[in-house]
Ligand binder design. Structure first.
Ligand code: NAD
Ligand code: ISE
Length: 334
């Protein structure tokens, strides 16, 4: 049976997800789109899809069985609450929301409903390289993890739209989530160090160094660079008691010629994580057809937002800031 999906937000990632939902994946059809920019929505709509004036109308429409949210982070709270009220499975791009208060409202509504409807777009959990790295750590022959280095470099970010909070509340959220998942651990506190500012980023505070303290004592150091020009470079290396495990550089082909030995660098996230997004949606479609969700939950969205909030406080205070969650509702226990 084909899942009839409505997409809210038809910008960069909305268009990329519409492409995979219409051209790559099976058992799914994009039947509706909506964007505050109506012209953009009309352009992005696949043949036969209805363009809705508002996200609320799209969410309530009978023709829409499940929703994909790709609007800006600050708009997600209201759209998620509307999906829960309508009882429709929803894939929501990260960040799930942009404040602790908003995350708590979303969790409260889902818990009151009594079943999971929300999957958050932490696509790294669906990436084959990250899955292999986790399998190595979980097998245990390297001993206990002690430190994890997460390098998150973007060639550039959209000027004007990407504010000085976003390295922490839009970009760091991926590293926070993958650290918890990879290490099967929880974040208990955050420190932030601001090095010399890159002149490439204008007024933007870039790069940023973040230290995540995990409950086990593991320390994760995260480099966030969002204007590094040379490409989209994602690295991860776990130092354990008896050895080290690292993600391979992608694409993996090594070119040797008169300029030296090198690997190409992806242009942006669309290229680096193309297969991870496909797999993320394959698993979401299967779960949404059964009326639910899988993978990263609203709880995971909440924890990463809480971490981002603490990191933003740490920039101002210059000190360690604790990350204190509420107790985890039973709905989100594995
Ligand atoms: P974008 O600016 O290219 O597109 C966002 C679109 O949402 C725009 O067309 C805008 O008009 C629309 N929009 C904004 N508010 C809206 C509202 N209230 N209702 C309807 N439409 C609205 O941004 P983007 O790069 O596509 O990012 C969108 C979201 O996806 C962000 O939350 C971003 O963090 C996330 N994202 C995730 C990944 C990933 O790797 N998982 C990559 C890129 C972006
Ligand atoms: C973007 O929104 C993403 O989610 C990308 O994966 C991330 O690398 C980038 O920094 C964000 O702006």
């Amino acid at each position: 049976m084909t899942l009839r999906v409505g997409v809210i937000g038809t910008g960069m990632i909305g268009q990329d997800h519409i492409r995979r939902l219409t051209k790559v994946l099976q058992d799914v059809e994009v039947v509706a789109v909506s964007d505050i920019d109506q012209a953009r929505a009309s352009q992005a709509a696949p043949a036969g899809a209805e363009v809705f004036d508002t996200p609320q109308a799209l969410i309530r429409a009978d023709m829409v069985e499940a929703v994909v949210i790709c609007s800006w982070g600050a708009a997600h709270e209201e759209q998620l609450l509307d999906c829960i009220a309508a009882g429709k499975p929803v894939f929501c791009e990260k960040p799930m929301v942009t404040s602790e208060a908003a995350a708590l409202k979303v969790i409260e509504a889902e818990v009151a409903l009594g079943r999971r409807l929300i999957q958050v777009g932490f696509m790294r959990r669906f990436d084959a390289d990250y899955r292999n790295l986790k399998a190595v750590i979980d097998e245990g022959y390297l001993g206990a993890p002690l430190m994890y280095r997460s390098v998150h470099r973007n060639a550039s970010v959209p000027e004007g739209l990407y504010t000085s909070e976003m390295p922490l509340n839009d970009t760091l959220v991926h590293d926070a989530d993958i650290s918890r998942w990879l290490l099967s651990d929880e974040i208990v506190g955050v420190e932030v160090r601001i090095p010399k500012r890159s002149s490439r980023g204008g007024e933007l505070r870039d790069p940023t160094l973040v230290l995540l303290r995990m409950a086990s004592g593991v320390i994760v150091d995260v480099e966030i660079s969002v204007n590094i020009d040379y490409g989209y470079d994602i690295r991860g290396e776990v130092s354990c008691e008896n050895g080290v495990a690292a993600l391979p550089n992608r694409p993996a082909t090594v070119i040797s010629d008169r300029h030296g030995i090198r690997q190409r660098i992806p242009v942006d996230w669309r290229e680096r994580f193309i297969e991870a997004y496909d797999q993320e949606f394959r698993e979401w479609i299967a779960a949404a057809r059964d009326g639910g969700a899988t993978g990263p939950s609203a709880w995971d969205g909440y924890v990463s937002t809480l971490t981002a909030d603490a990191a933003l406080r740490a920039v101002t205070s210059g000190h360690y800031e604790a990350v204190n969650t509420i107790s985890k509702p039973a709905l989100y226990e594995a």
